[in-house]
Structures are given as structure tokens and as C-alpha cells.
Design a protein around this ligand. Sequence first.
Ligand code: E4P
Length: 217
Amino acid sequence: MKFFVDTADTAAIRELAATGLLDGVTTNPSLVARAGRDFFEILKEICDVVPGPVSAEVAATDFDGMLREAERLRKVADNIAIKVPLIVDGLKACKRLTDEGAMVNVTLCFSAAQALLAAKAGASFISPFIGRHDDVGQDGMALIADIRQIYDNYHFDTEILVASVRHPMHVVEAAKIGADVCTIPPDVLKKLFNHPLTEKGLEAFLADWKKTGQTIR
Ligand code: E4P
């Protein structure tokens, strides 16, 4: 499973990229607003640090406007993935852009039917928002399982990019289902490293090693 980080905070991206475990980045207008910086400057910085796909979302909601914005965004770097919303014009733009060889991430997916349409439009990634599904009392992970089954039935190349991830078990469950990618907020990604028994075990090993009086040279 690929790990993307879901943020526009370039300091956090640098820190996580240094682990060598980061495969890409997703941003969205809310994350850019939170960062409080110029969108293009942020994208350039991210693309310099992360060679994998970096999702940049269009703000237009009409076909022509999306294509115009996509053209500007694609100039930032070769690894930009154009993010379009799952609406009719978004899928039309997806089809056109992927036909031209661009990477496209179709976002705001909340149903298996929508995911099927995105695959037919040639999307490189489909982003089902599982946390927001859970928030309204629906089963976000069941949606991932449905999409996995549908995409496997027809051998679609579209990668399932699990979005709106809230905690480590979302990542584990998505991996069990066989989702291709998880985009994870930095604080959740850091939590994946931790287990209290690892810390306790390491403490005990270090204390015992000290007792031996030896060093490894
Ligand atoms: C995905 O690409 C989105 O940026 C993101 O995962 C949305 O997450 P949220 O529901 O926590 O805002």
C-alpha cells in the first residue's frame, strides 16, 4: 500500500519525506487555506521534496474552467495530479485530461456508483472520503470494499486512494481490503510508528545492554 500525506504543511511533508516512506501528497483547498500561503509556492516546494504524485485541486466547477486551471497547475511539475470534484463536469475534465496524459485524482467520492464512473472516465485515482462517511453514521470502510470488488471485476487501473482518514485503524482496515493508497494526515501517520510495548521493550533491552558493559564497534 502506498502512503500519501494529506496536508499542505511543507515542514510536516519534509519531516515525513525524510523517513523514505512517503509515496505522494494530497492537498485540498481547506488544507491550503490552513497553511495560509501561496498555493503555487506550496506546490513547487512539495514537488521538489516528493517525487511521487502531488494532488492539486482545481477551484473551477465548469469544464472549461477546470481545464484552464489544470493547465496552470500541470506547469508546476511533472508529478502534479490534477484533483477534480466528482461532478459531471469534473468527470468530463478527467476524461479529457487523462486522454492528454495527465494524472487525475477524482475527489469527494461518497458512493460505489460514483467510483465506477470515475474509473470509466480514466481517473488515475479515486478518493472515497471514509471519515466523513463515518461522521454521518455510514460505513466508510464498506465503501472501500465495494469499490475494490467492482474495480477488480473489470480490471480498472484506477487506484483506490482512501481519503478522510482519521486514525491508524482506518489505514490497517484499508490495507486488509487491498486499497492501493491511503492519504493520511501527518499526526495519524506518526501514530502508525508507535506501540507502548515497543517503547517498553526497547527500554529494557537498553538497560540490559548497559549491564554487559560492552559496545558495538
Ligand atoms: C483527500 O484528498 C482530502 O484532502 C482529505 O482526505 C479530506 O479529509 P477530511 O475529511 O479530514 O477533511
